[in-house]
Design a protein around this ligand. Sequence first.
Ligand SMILES: Nc1ncnc2c1ncn2[C@@H]1O[C@H](COP(=O)(O)OP(=O)(O)OP(=O)(O)O)[C@@H](O)[C@H]1O
Length: 268
Amino acid sequence: MSATPTPLIRVRGLTTRFGTQVVHDGLDLDVQRGEILGVVGGSGSGKSVLMRTLLGLLTPAGGTIEILGVDARADDPVLRRHIQRNIGVLFQDGALFSSLTVGENVQVPLKEYYPDLPDSLRYELALLKVKLAGLPAEALDKLPTQLSGGMRKRAALARALALDPPLLFLDEPTAGLDPISAAAFDQLLRTLRDALGLTVFLITHDLDTLYAICDRVAVLADRRILAVAPPPVLETLDHPWVQAYFNGPRGRAAQVAHQARPSDQGRK
Ligand SMILES: Nc1ncnc2c1ncn2[C@@H]1O[C@H](COP(=O)(O)OP(=O)(O)OP(=O)(O)O)[C@@H](O)[C@H]1O
């Protein structure tokens, strides 16, 4: 009998609400080790609330959340710190400290978790992460305002990778990027996943991203996860939002573009 692999994220019966507004109602989700899981859903369907709840920034009304095999709702600071130490997060706006250089931004988590690390080593580690995120070494001494939007995303990614987390959360990383920068960012994520064995929870509206790099896509609709499957399977799902999203004009264009790029197929 073969053992079923333990998912890196396991959510059961999650309920979240703000006052009388129910955002999630009995939501279940598994994210498997090593996969890039895309999360899609209409505006206001609760994608960001889900991510913030998984990160422990919002308290749900009910349900269980396990992250890296640990009960993420346990009232235990040691467990909470273990989870925080092992996840990287890239919020939608990048959320870099504007008064710190890119290098100093990347060093923030290193300082927090390894305060005794010599400055020179911390600097070298920050440089490594900046290069890993595809930025030139010169970016290290720049302020976020001195970078383009795409470079800022990469700087935020470098900071998210500072502690070599096995699990990465990204909220719309390609929002606001031009199509070329967005495609380059997608490729970077895929390369990092392949090289570092990362598991990625990725909220996106970007259909190109879904087809180019996501192994599976979770559809958030009607307050729960309606389905989790590769995009070609979701295209056939009989649900009005899913049909409008995957088989609308933009969805069709992404499908055609994906079919024209056979290199995308081999990575699944
Ligand atoms: N802090 C909050 N207080 C009250 N309501 C909130 C709060 N955060 C989110 N909501 C509500 O929860 C619902 C889900 O919001 P959420 O930001 O998760 O949507 P989303 O799916 O990420 O949308 P989008 O794609 O537009 O970013 C919305 O109705 C929103 O107004």
